[in-house]
Design a protein. Structure first.
Length: 274
């Protein structure tokens, strides 16, 4: 903490004789520390400053860092567990992964094998993460659903992310919204909406393909009444509302806009038929 506090005060510059790898090794070791200041304010912010802001790390260093971040001791550390401290390691590993993916998106440097491993890892993580808590009173942010969404937002914009990747991301999003245990209240919906809004805006999938997926989110209303069914319905309804507002002007003649409006209406138990 003392070293990172000093680096922060010195505008994230290293002193003579210091090297980034020495600090990266320690940052990876403590990336899931339960202390929010170390995990979030120092380690996470330092990654942000060194990777996208200042571009301090070489492509070789970024590739090496990505390989560690996506291993079983970081992104998949005790994956599937709930309500324990392991979520901090996973949720704060996916954040710098997203930063690295953003660098690759703008100037590709990962080879085919690395790119395939990255896509598989992010989709697997978003499907298998079960600890979806947002902000914790003592430990601060976990926010795995939001952090994972940030990385997926970068992934869908990579030039090698074909239709199969886009559809895989949509399937992972549906699984997250229909997770059966967590109603999102920490603006996770906004982070997730950014992915789908970007797909729409950049034409990453045919409109009808996305419209069909949007309609599919409403199928949960036909499930037997249960807590899980209500969570799926409320998360999906809030997702539609966030997407509606993000889109700005809505045209009922547009297939996507029509699907959003119809989806929200179907999921809203309190809507009055007109």
């Amino acid at each position: 903490m003392t070293d990172l506090q000093r680096i922060e005060k010195e505008q994230y510059q290293l002193r003579e004789g210091e090297c980034y790898q020495d600090f990266l090794t320690l940052m990876l070791q403590f990336i899931g520390d339960p202390q929010p200041e170390l995990r979030g304010d120092l380690i996470c912010t330092t990654f942000y400053e060194w990777i996208p802001e200042e571009g301090r790390l070489t492509e070789t260093e970024l590739r090496s860092l990505l390989a560690v971040l996506t291993d079983e001791q970081h992104l998949f550390y005790h994956i599937g567990s709930e309500s324990d401290e392991s979520v901090f390691t996973r949720a704060f590993s996916v954040l710098p992964i997203g930063l690295i993916v953003g660098c690759h998106r703008k100037q590709p440097f990962l080879d085919d094998a690395e790119s395939q491993h990255l896509k598989h890892s992010l989709l697997r993580y978003y499907k298998e993460e079960k600890d979806l808590r947002g902000y914790l009173p003592v430990e601060g942010w976990a926010h795995s659903a939001a952090h994972g969404a940030d990385a997926l937002l970068e992934l869908v914009q990579c030039p090698e992310s074909d239709a199969a990747v886009q559809l895989g991301v949509l399937a992972a999003i549906q699984g997250m919204l229909h997770n059966g245990q967590q109603t999102f209240i920490e603006e996770e919906d906004e982070r997730i909406v950014s992915i789908v809004d970007t797909m729409m805006d950049k034409g990453l999938l045919p409109q009808q393909e996305i419209a069909n997926w949007i309609s599919g989110l409403t199928h949960c209303v036909d499930w037997p009444r249960s807590r899980g069914q209500m969570i799926a319905r409320v998360n999906s309804k809030n997702f539609f509302r966030s997407l509606y507002l993000r889109r700005g002007q809505i045209s009922r003649g547009n297939v996507l806009d029509a699907a959003i409006l119809a989806g929200e209406a179907k999921l809203n138990r309190f809507a009055i038929e007109k």
